[in-house]
Design a protein around this ligand. Structure first.
Ligand code: AKG
Length: 266
């Protein structure tokens, strides 16, 4: 199974429509891959809070439309990273979400995942966006993917639920800051080791809203070994994966079988 992560440089001087067209061309160039992955909030920048509302779009907005066409033209599954989604909350009130979009090779929007853990504590995304509540997986044929976004990487309980739901490839688009790059690399490997699954962690490059991005997108195998790692700049990171290694790793070293569920709380 061939996968390509496109680590996009989010440059605030590049107009949104120009970036969409540029990224669509990068996706089309990955014809032959099975799965292409883009980072978190690449149309606006994960830290460009002041622009979230203006850049918000519905699930059939300009980014989704461009990415649907790019997936279809390339004939690939496309995890198109995330967009600021303009949606509604449970009461019908307008709300923004950090929503990842997964397109099938025919361009159909197959899954939308609203980021569960919002970053920023009492500011930024945590105050501007609503939280998702759904654990999202999708069977791509060669493997089942489980979706998480950036800060979700710090919450192993979400990854347990993804594994329970059948995930073999954990796809994590991000806009991770450079100053915590060590956490990014460590947590990507930790989630792979504990889940005995591939982790495809795709970040952004460049600096936006004064926040230097980490880059260093990484593909980790079910044993926790790094299969491929990007540098700090815009880059396409590709690798051939063997999804069967998830089952063999879990069978040969069956730690997931030894989980004790329902431990008593202290
Ligand atoms: O957890 C971190 O250090 C970074 C998280 C983040 O930047 C995000 O979720 O947007």
């Amino acid at each position: 199974m061939r996968v390509s992560l496109i680590q996009i440089d989010v440059n605030p001087d590049e107009p949104g429509q120009v970036r969409r067209e540029r990224v669509a061309a990068l996706v089309r160039a990955e014809r032959g891959a099975d799965l292409v992955v883009l980072p978190e909030l690449w149309p606006v920048g994960a830290f460009a809070f002041d622009e979230f509302a203006a850049s918000a779009e519905p699930l059939d907005g300009p980014t989704a439309t461009a990415m649907s066409a790019a997936a279809r033209d390339a004939g690939v599954w496309l995890h198109a990273g995330s967009v600021v989604e303009r949606g509604t909350d449970g009461s019908g009130a307008e709300a923004l979400y950090n929503t990842s979009l997964l397109f099938a090779p025919d361009g159909t929007l197959r899954r939308a995942y609203r980021k569960i853990h919002r970053f920023g504590f009492d500011k930024g995304e945590a105050t501007l966006m609503a939280a998702g509540h759904e654990i999202v997986t999708e069977d791509l044929g060669p493997a089942t993917v489980g979706l998480a976004t950036c800060y979700d990487l710090r919450f192993p309980e979400q990854f347990r639920l993804l594994v329970d739901a059948g995930a073999e490839l954990l796809v994590v688009p991000a806009g991770w800051p450079a100053r915590r790059r060590a956490h990014w690399s460590l947590l990507a490997r930790a989630r792979a080791v504990e889940s005995q699954a591939y982790v495809l962690a795709c970040g952004t490059a460049g600096t936006h809203a004064g926040v230097e991005q980490a880059g260093y997108s990484v593909i980790v195998d079910p044993w926790g070994e790094v299969v491929a790692e990007a540098g700090p700049a815009e880059q396409v990171l590709s690798a051939d994966l063997d999804p069967a290694r998830v089952a063999t790793t879990r069978a040969d070293f069956p730690v997931l079988r030894d989980r004790v569920l329902g431990l008593p709380t202290p």
